[in-house]
Design a binder for this molecule. Structure first.
Ligand code: SF4
Length: 558
């Protein structure tokens, strides 16, 4: 988002997210939309981007940048029906760049869509009951939910709540249908003021999710608003409420920092929507609208304090939270391979490197999904679950996966399986360095080090972002890499394997050789000194190689 744009004014004057999109879409003189409309399209799940690899040659040729659009489809809880999956697959081939990008928030993205194809694409996802509304923008985005089956009926209950939460916090505007589905503005459009978001929506993006202990796959501590499911047997009895997590910061700006969410109490399931709405409206009313870099909910909590927040929450809901119930998390990753559901059916979790599904992977998935699965699940770590496979079909699915080369989880090292990168170059306008296109090569070099030190089987979380916004949640990785400039990264170390402790800056603006040298030395120390069952990040802290981070402000302090 261009820094000079007056985002608050654009939102306020947008007539419930209409802006001048009708005119922009009809303008044949450019592949872009009007600059102010780039703010509005985000609320519709659409980012205008340009191919940064082509910027210079096009500038020299006096051509406008190679504009195209990214569309993010909202998938609450990450569950996609076979019909929806087949539609996504076909749209990727027909309209987008042939790939599907699974995101770190269980959504799915199309890249490389031309302006004139946007409406057609959205009509096709609408036909299978999907949408992109509020997948981006200053609103609550895709609601996440744990996808693994161990929790049985508790997962079903949590998933249902994630869908209700998503529906409750979706903007009420009819602009989405009017612009993309119906195609023509109503004679006199009903410009409704949103009952939750008002005219100016939230000061910044807002993220929510539901975790089911002991798995912290959604990285609950990174969410603005989190619900930690508490169960007795197979019955969900309520949620611990967590507030104020967030990843982004700016290089060299101590006023910005990643922050772990605070767990502040327990509530009954029936209070979830009431509490969630109150948290959102508190941020709507008290969030910083003067400085976008300080506009996330985490800064509202930092500036005003948790006691103020709890009092405000109680005032708005009439609910006094009970003391948080005990829980513990073991890891923040996915469990790969086959797992059996309680009813005897199976699911298979596939490793998808950095969430990118190319045509050669999409083709063999089609018959598997349409003939053998009840649904497909998108994980919070950019992986894919083939779900609801009958015992009799398991062998057939297994063979098809092998023939289609879709068993990467079994050949990939433990480090690669725990790696994750954001999109970054060439399409993200904020990227300072490569991420998705580079991480696979860097992982190969780190794998060589791991093999040399005989720790190739050691799971270590490794996450890379092309800028400090941290879309791949790098500050919660045992090894985090955040782009500074082409070929240069900040190296962060020492987060907890279960996502409950942030990492700390170790090398500033380092190149590949310096990063590998540092990791090599730390692997040597880990092998020599680790305790039984100890994870790499915990070792770094225990051994004093990295000072544990107590507060997010310390992440960038060495
Ligand atoms: Fe773009 Fe930065 Fe997010 Fe990566 S972390 S996708 S570079 S905004």
């Amino acid at each position: 988002m261009a820094a000079h744009l007056d985002v608050e004014r654009i939102k306020s004057e947008s007539r419930a997210l209409r802006g001048t999109l009708h005119e922009s879409l009809k303008d044949p003189t450019t592949a872009a939309v009007a600059e102010a409309d780039t703010v509005i399209t985000k609320f519709h799940g659409i980012y205008q981007q340009d191919d940064r690899d082509q910027r210079e040659p096009r500038r020299e040729a006096r051509l406008e940048p190679a504009y195209s659009f990214m569309i993010r489809v909202r998938v609450p809880g990450g569950v996609v029906t076979p019909a929806q999956w087949l539609a996504l697959d076909k749209i990727a081939a027909d309209i987008a760049n042939g790939t599907l990008r699974l995101t770190t928030r269980q959504a799915v993205q199309f890249h490389g869509v031309a302006k004139e194809d946007l409406a057609g694409l959205i009509q096709r996802i609408d036909a299978v009951l999907m949408d992109s509304l509020a997948a981006c923008g200053d609103v609550n985005r895709n609601v996440m939910c744990h996808v693994q089956p161990e929790a049985g009926p508790v997962h079903e209950q949590a998933l249902a709540w994630s869908k209700r939460l998503s529906e409750h916090l979706t903007p009420r505007t009819t602009a989405y249908r009017e612009i993309w589905i119906d195609g023509e503005p109503l004679e006199k459009p009903v410009v409704e003021e949103d009952p939750i978001y008002g005219k100016t929506y939230l000061p910044r993006k807002f993220k929510a999710g539901i975790a089911i202990p002991p798995v912290n796959d959604i990285d609950i501590y990174s969410q603005d608003l989190g619900f930690i499911a508490i169960a007795e047997g197979d019955q969900l009895i309520g949620f611990n409420l967590s507030v104020g997590g967030g990843m982004g910061c700016s290089h060299g700006d101590a006023e910005t920092f990643p922050r772990l969410a605070d767990v502040i109490g327990f509530l009954k399931p029936d209070d979830l929507l009431n509490v969630a709405e109150a948290v959102v409206t508190i941020q709507r009313d008290f969030g910083n609208r003067e400085q976008r870099k300080r506009a996330r909910f985490k800064y509202t909590l930092e500036d005003r304090g948790l006691d103020w927040f709890k009092a405000e929450l109680e005032l708005r809901t009439g609910i006094r939270l009970e003391a948080a119930r005990p829980f513990h998390f073991e890891h923040n990753g996915d469990r790969y391979g086959w797992q059996q559901w309680r009813d005897g059916r199976w699911q298979c979790t596939l490793f998808v490197e950095n969430g990118r599904l190319y045509p050669q992977a999409l083709a063999p998935l089609k018959p598997i999904v349409s003939e053998c699965a009840t649904d497909v699940r998108l994980t919070p770590n950019q992986n894919l679950v083939i779900a609801g496979v009958e015992q009799d079909d398991r062998e057939r699915v297994e063979q098809a996966l092998i023939e289609g080369g879709l068993v990467g989880d079994r050949s990939a090292s433990a480090i690669r399986r725990h790696s994750m990168a954001c999109v970054a170059l060439p399409s993200c306008g904020l990227a300072m360095s490569e991420a998705e296109r580079y991480l696979p090569d860097l992982v190969g070099l780190i794998e060589e080090l791991a093999e040399r030190h005989d720790i190739a089987d050691q799971p270590i979380t490794l996450r890379m972002s092309g800028c400090p916004n941290g879309c791949s949640r790098p500050y919660l990785a045992e090894i985090g890499l955040v782009g500074r400039a082409p070929g240069r990264y900040n190296l962060y170390l020492g987060a907890a394997f279960n996502g409950s402790r942030l990492n700390r800056l170790d090398l500033d603006n380092a190149n590949e050789a310096a990063i590998l040298e540092r990791i090599d030395a730390l692997f040597a120390g880990f092998v020599a000194d680790r305790q039984a069952g100890e994870h790499f990040g915990d070792y770094l802290v225990r051994s004093g190689q990295v000072a544990a981070v107590g507060h997010g402000r310390e992440v960038n302090a060495r």
